[in-house]
Design a protein around this ligand. Structure first.
Ligand SMILES: Cc1cc2nc3c(=O)[nH]c(=O)nc-3n(C[C@H](O)[C@H](O)[C@H](O)COP(=O)(O)O)c2cc1C
Length: 199
């Protein structure tokens, strides 16, 4: 169903979704399962990202079954020498309620564009996915720690690169604290007028 909204409302809705998207960590997810329909919905939004020469260089693997438990155990073992026992035990349980989506960059076979553009396109897709989760009331974030990068290598084929895991799940927006901040735009923005004369 197409909902008609006026252009001003549409613009402010998009701004609201962009600015309210937050990183919600996996230990905030409830045990409520994310339906296959919803997973496919947010991934369909993901694949509407722009791509140079329409290479569509993404592939997603939804890690079901015992993967969330295995992933937690893998992370705990991976960092075992650097963390205390308490952290080790909590890490094992960390993503047990998460839907894990391995993010994979699938390079254009003809390598028509530089690899960085393919990585950038997949990143655009992840942002779409993240924003779509926000609109559907799902929490989520992009996990790119070394353990996640290693764990997902088992799903890559020749010409592909693991780009980590997107973890998503239902969460309680009232009790979950998620704050973020940004530096003011003025620090990041400069205007350049080329040879145009200014006085
Ligand atoms: C490419 C990329 C990789 C990220 N990897 C991690 C990560 O491995 N662990 C983590 O806690 N957050 C990760 N994040 C999320 C950032 O920590 C988060 O976006 C940042 O703290 C700002 O918070 P916000 O998303 O709520 O605005 C990643 C974000 C991006 C864009």
């Amino acid at each position: 169903m197409k909902i008609e909204i006026n252009p001003m409302e549409k613009a402010s809705l998009v701004t609201e979704v962009i600015r309210n998207r937050r990183t919600i960590f996996a230990d905030a997810f409830t045990s409520e399962e994310v339906s296959q329909e919803l997973i496919e919905q947010v991934l369909t939004d993901a694949i509407w990202a722009p791509t140079h020469k329409r290479t569509e260089p993404w592939r997603f693997v939804v890690l079901k079954g015992n993967h969330p438990e295995k992933m937690g155990e893998y992370m705990a073992e991976f960092y075992k020498d650097y963390i205390l026992e308490k952290r080790y035990n909590s890490l094992k349980q960390y993503c047990k309620n998460a839907t894990l989506i391995a993010i994979i960059m699938h390079r254009d076979e003809r390598e028509r564009i530089p690899e960085w553009e393919e990585l950038a396109a997949v990143s655009c897709a992840v942002q779409n996915l993240w924003l779509s989760c926000t609109t559907h009331g799902l929490g989520g974030y992009w996990e790119t720690c070394e353990a996640a990068m290693e764990y997902t290598k088992q799903f890559t084929q020749a010409g592909e690169r693991s780009m980590g895991i997107f973890m998503l799940g239902h969460y309680d927006a009232v009790t979950t604290k998620a704050v973020s901040r940004r530096r003011p735009l003025e620090e990041k923005l400069h205007w350049d007028f080329g040879d145009e004369l200014t006085d």
